[in-house]
Design a binder for this molecule. Structure first.
Ligand SMILES: [Zn+2]
Length: 91
């Protein structure tokens, strides 16, 4: 029976096969939810789903796409926004 702190479901279970062939349960913290587009709420590509400690040690270029609004808006919404802005400025 697991200890009380492991029964709450706060931690995720990892099944690890030991060298002796036995399967043991390890507990790890859950990953945060996926990043969503601020406009259409679609899941963002190129944004890793990691714990803050791991994100801190990751290079900035690995954390979001390198383009305007990268990591905030999806590519379709970015394209639309930039089109609207340029058209609005010229007319
Ligand atoms: Zn979007």
């Amino acid at each position: 029976m697991p200890r009380g702190m492991f029964k709450s479901g706060r931690l995720r279970k990892i099944f690890v096969k030991t060298p002796g062939g036995r399967v043991t349960v390890h507990y790890r913290e859950r990953k945060p939810s996926k990043a969503l587009c601020a406009s259409c709420k679609k899941q963002l590509a190129g944004v890793p789903r990691e714990r803050p400690a791991k994100m801190r040690n990751m290079p900035k270029t690995a954390k979001r796409p390198e383009r305007p609004y990268g990591g905030m808006l999806c590519s379709a919404c970015t394209r639309l926004l930039l089109k609207q802005r340029t058209r609005g400025a010229s007319q």
